[in-house]
Write a protein that binds this ligand. Sequence first.
Ligand SMILES: *Cc1c(COP(=O)(O)O)cnc(C)c1O
Length: 389
Amino acid sequence: MTARSVYLDHAATTPIDAVVAAAMAECMQLSGAFANPSSTHAFGREAAARVSAARAQVAERIGAEPESIVFTSGATESDNLALRGAMAARRARGAHLVTSVTEHKAVLDTAKLLAERGASVTWLSCDSDGRIDPAVLDDVLTDETVLVSVMHVNNETGVVQDIAALGERCRARNVLFHTDAAQSVGKIPLAVNRIPVDIVSLTAHKLHGPKGIGALYVRPGVSLAPLQFGGEQERGLRPGTLPTHQVVGMGEAFARADPASDSEHLRVLRERLWEGLAKIDGVRRNGSATHSSPHVLNVAFPGVSGETLRLAIEEIAVSAGSACNAETLESSHVLTAMGLSDALAESSIRFSVGRDTTLDDIDYAVQRTTEAVTHLSGFASSAPSWCTS
Ligand SMILES: *Cc1c(COP(=O)(O)O)cnc(C)c1O
């Protein structure tokens, strides 16, 4: 380890808040709420009370009723349940799914699976800022469209989609609207009681909660088909013993998020980072700067391989703009969809700040990145033939 390390990969995951960890620890042992929340004895009732308090905390953060929250193992499972569950439940209406090319793999791969199984999928493209024009739905929605799924905040670029406008167009055509909000909660406003969104994927670990727990908001009256069978938990939509400690951790993490002060802090950090990096010759910011979540900054360093740069600044934890496939090093589908060349996409780095990031961290990251880019620009760069994430 080097003397100093800085974590700027909060879009990948965040450390668990100390208060959250303490609340979780209370739900593990005999002295605490360890019991099965479905058990009817006093131990079980205590666990059930903790679960229901957590359900209310999660619901409150997004302006929902507690009954509309279904706990899952994370946003990946929530995305699967949303897409597969909606398409299966509304088969009588049709088999048309609309989603976008910049979605997280949890949606992309699920949509591809549905297409293989006979669904017709329309892939919406984005502009060079990474945004989708909601008006395209006017031409795309049909009487057979079951679901539109467009993410709220992109995990690679931080670009925010206009989910209110997308949702309104869906509502007008009686089409369900799902959004993956894994990156948005706690950073930008999301209130399901104010905008017409029917299904929302949530996760705890991007917001200083534990990994392995998430939720799906399902608007009352919307029915989904379950993917799993074997119990009555979560109204039969997601059977299996509820992990009380995980659920409590998610509730606490959502309750502790303070969107107003958190986003202001994140924005100050992110803008200072950009101000510093913008002084490097030729750099460009990827994605809309105005419609963006305050925690992400995606930057291209033309002529420098992002993966080489990432390794050169190893004490600063960031993500290279390329995603790993089993055998190939592919350039980011999000950046290429925005019109970046493979070369530019592969020269991009995602920096993501968090509640625990300091101004000193930012200044150090700017200094190290500037040194490394200056050094690397002196060499012909090439992407390495291997990948680590
Ligand atoms: C992290 C992330 C996911 C996956 O969430 P998990 O809880 O890790 O399964 C899905 N979608 C987006 C946009 C994400 O950022």
